[in-house]
Design a protein around this ligand. Sequence first.
Ligand code: E4P
Ligand code: PEP
Ligand code: MN
Length: 465
Amino acid sequence: MSIISPTLSAAASHEPSSLPQWADLPAAQQPQWPDQDALAAARAELAAAPPLVFAGECDVLRQRLAAASRGEAFLLQGGDCAEMFSAATADGIRDRIKTILQMAAVLTYGASTPVIKVGRIAGQYAKPRSSGSETRGDVTLPAYRGDMVNDFAFTQESRTPDPRRLVQAYHTSASTLNLVRAFTQGGFADLRHVHEWNRGFIANSAYARYESIASDIDRAMKFMAACGADFDALRAVEFFASHEALLLDYEKPLTRIDSRTGNPYAVSGHFLWVGERTRQLDGAHLDFVSRIHNPIGMKVGPTADPDELMRVIDKLDPEREPGRLTFITRMGAGKIHDALPRIVERVTSEGAKVVWVCDPMHGNTFESSTGYKTREFDDIIAEVQGFFEVHQGLGTIPGGIHVELTGTDVTECLGGSEKILAGDLEKRYETACDPRLNHQQSLELAFLVAQMLSARAEGLTRPTV
Ligand SMILES: O=C[C@H](O)[C@H](O)COP(=O)(O)O
Ligand SMILES: C=C(OP(=O)(O)O)C(=O)O
Ligand SMILES: [Mn+2]
């Protein structure tokens, strides 16, 4: 099924009377909107707006994720920690999509399975924060909570939550998704171009050690061409949009009933996840995702209790439907070997069929000697390596990776073959929240994970470089 041409029968209709009666439960990490009338107006506008995605597309993604749970596909989920309205430009969107396509091509080769491409894009505009306020010098203001809530600039006016931003997030997501669909369906994603871009990356001597993989892909493509493969059929790719289901004032009005099935779907994105700070069993976020029929995810940190995770599964995936629920583990490189096995063992021993995905970013954040929130490339790689080792040891399936990245040359994470140092961070530290892998670090990660995937296929888990 094409993801851009849903039939009318697959379209979700807006039928407020049949939407879920949301329970009034405690919701963590919600902004304090000062203007309740403006909030009501914004919610009404969202409730009347057309869906950004269609229920049928979400169902396709659920099938793809079911394949990942069986080891027949691999998920690549990536994008900004916090999207910014100002970055929703043609170039900004193109660079992010291009990076993900390049990574996906390399991973497809390593995994020898399809790679499911999911952006943290077109909706990743709300952030949970460790503290509700930020102090600079003797001034304390509300924390930045994402462009959907307030502005990054450190002034009282900018930091005051403004509900009109909910509507702006919807429109910016719509125009972003429009271009994402154009890029991924209109020829930009042609595998021959993507491979040429990857050859350009390898041409930099810093990455010469990945030359053999690029040459193997070259030979594989020549072999396919010689066999008469239709490369024109590989000009379009499936691409899905995802974000954290954090702001319920955005997500609930953007929930619709699917006219085919009568089931509610979130129509703000194909895949929504609940974050580490909002996954309370009796809280409003898990209640929200339990009622929508999209494929959903939940972050799982090192303090997660296996008993509680079983109760989460009973709530979110009572039917144990493959592809419905993804656990995105974010343990930290130093903890993964201790923390992950007991969770995976318990969940699998009880017959639950979650997709296991590794977020190697959020357990590896620290402050650099120069005062920037950062992550070390080698820690990120070590966590992915540990993730593969744990699953290999247990005989379970590593289903994918979830990363914060962008398509330009920012200097936010340390290391990588171009050796970004603490003193370099100030050069292009552009994130509004967490540090992202830049374009080169993202590709390097993809080459290293491709090696882990092919080593896994050969019964090894160590990359050979
Ligand atoms: O993206 C994740 C969280 O929102 C982020 O790590 C929180 O960052 P903080 O500790 O700076 O608030
Ligand atoms: C907030 C995030 O992560 P976590 O919930 O895992 O801390 C995130 O993915 O940006
Ligand atoms: Mn983040």
